[in-house]
Each structure stands twice: as C-alpha cells, then as structure tokens.
Design a protein around this ligand. Structure first.
Ligand code: SF4
Length: 187
C-alpha cells in the first residue's frame, strides 16, 4: 500500500507528510509504526531520478492470448513499469517479474500495434528501477503458464513438477493419495 502510494508521486518531489496522509485515506487505521518504512522508501527513491507516469493503473488485455492485467505506470514514450514492494536483486529481475513484464508487453503490443521490447520493474524500498528486455524464453513461459491455467480451469489435475515445493505444501497429504485426474479430487 505504501509503495503503491509512493509510486503515484514518482517523478515529482516526494513529500512524506502528503503521501502518508494519502496512505491513511486509502487504508484507514493503518498502523503508524509503518510510517518509518515510508520514510525509508522515500529516502531510497530520492537517490535517483524517476520518470513521471502519463497514466497509472491502466487495464491492458490481449484477446489473442485471452489475458488481461493492470499496468502500474505507463509513460509518454509508450514504455511501462510495474511496482514492487520488494527489495531488488544485485542485478537482473526476479522470475515472476520477468513473467509479468512479458505478459504486459504482449497486451500493450496487441493494443497499440507496436512491438514492446520490455518494461521496467520498480523496486520501491530500494529505489531501484530496472529495465527488463523481454526474451523469447519469457514469452514461452507466459504461453506455457496460460496453457496450464486453462487446463486447471477445465478441472484437470496438473502433473507434479520435478521441483514442486511439496515439503511445505498444505495439500501434500491429499495430493499424494490422489489418483484422480481432476482438480476437485485434490481440493
Ligand atoms: S504436494 Fe503440493 S506442491 Fe507438491 S505437487 Fe502436490 S499440490 Fe503441488
């Protein structure tokens, strides 16, 4: 909530009092012990320059791929960014962020007719904005994820992936004794 609210002000002076007031309006009763987190984020963001958004929270969609989503910030030059409330890695972007960037690039590309080469991931607590150029591997993963989601929506039981986090999964017991092919056998 705090990172999101800060993101609306990127590219202009970040005033802690103003932003904290907005956070309180959006989330009445927010614990005041979170205010120092806001100060830390602002101090980090003030270390670098930011592009102001032309539009925030823009819904995008792809009819071709049957998906829709929300983009946090779109800029005048047609580029976009997504906001993360997490710290950044020393370099590169997290796998889930790359997937989101690729999905959004598919959507904006279809809506505008332009080829979208990538997008920025903005890690607010660290004040880092990092461009990710979409790779063929990212596009393949989006398409594979969509295919898997459609199978699950049809009620099919996904195959056990080799590296599934079974040790800490709350469905483990049911999953191991499930012999069915439908998700309802598991859940
Ligand atoms: S135990 Fe959990 S994580 Fe492992 S395959 Fe079953 S549902 Fe997936």
């Amino acid at each position: 909530m705090i990172c999101k609210q800060i993101s609306y002000h990127l590219g202009e002076p970040l005033e802690p009092d103003v932003i904290w007031e907005e956070v309180q309006s959006v989330c009445p009763g927010i614990d005041s012990s979170l205010r120092p987190f806001l100060e830390t984020c602002i101090a980090s963001c003030n270390k670098t320059g930011w592009k102001p958004a032309a539009q925030s929270d823009v819904r995008v969609f792809s009819e071709k791929h049957g998906m829709a989503g929300m983009v946090d910030r779109i800029f005048d030059d047609g580029n976009f960014s997504i906001i993360r409330a997490a710290g950044s890695m020393p370099f590169g972007t997290y796998a889930a962020d790359r997937l989101r960037v690729a999905g959004i690039a598919f959507c904006i590309g279809e809506m505008t007719g332009n080829e979208i080469s990538g997008g920025n991931v903005e890690y607010i607590p660290d004040g880092v904005s990092r461009f990710h150029a979409v790779q063929p591997r990212d596009r393949r993963q989006v398409i594979a994820a969509l295919r898997k989601i459609r199978e699950i929506q049809r009620g099919e039981l996904p195959r056990h992936p080799l590296n599934a986090p079974c040790n800490r999964c709350s469905f483990r017991e049911k999953c191991e004794r499930s012999t069915g092919r439908r998700l309802s056998d598991l859940l």
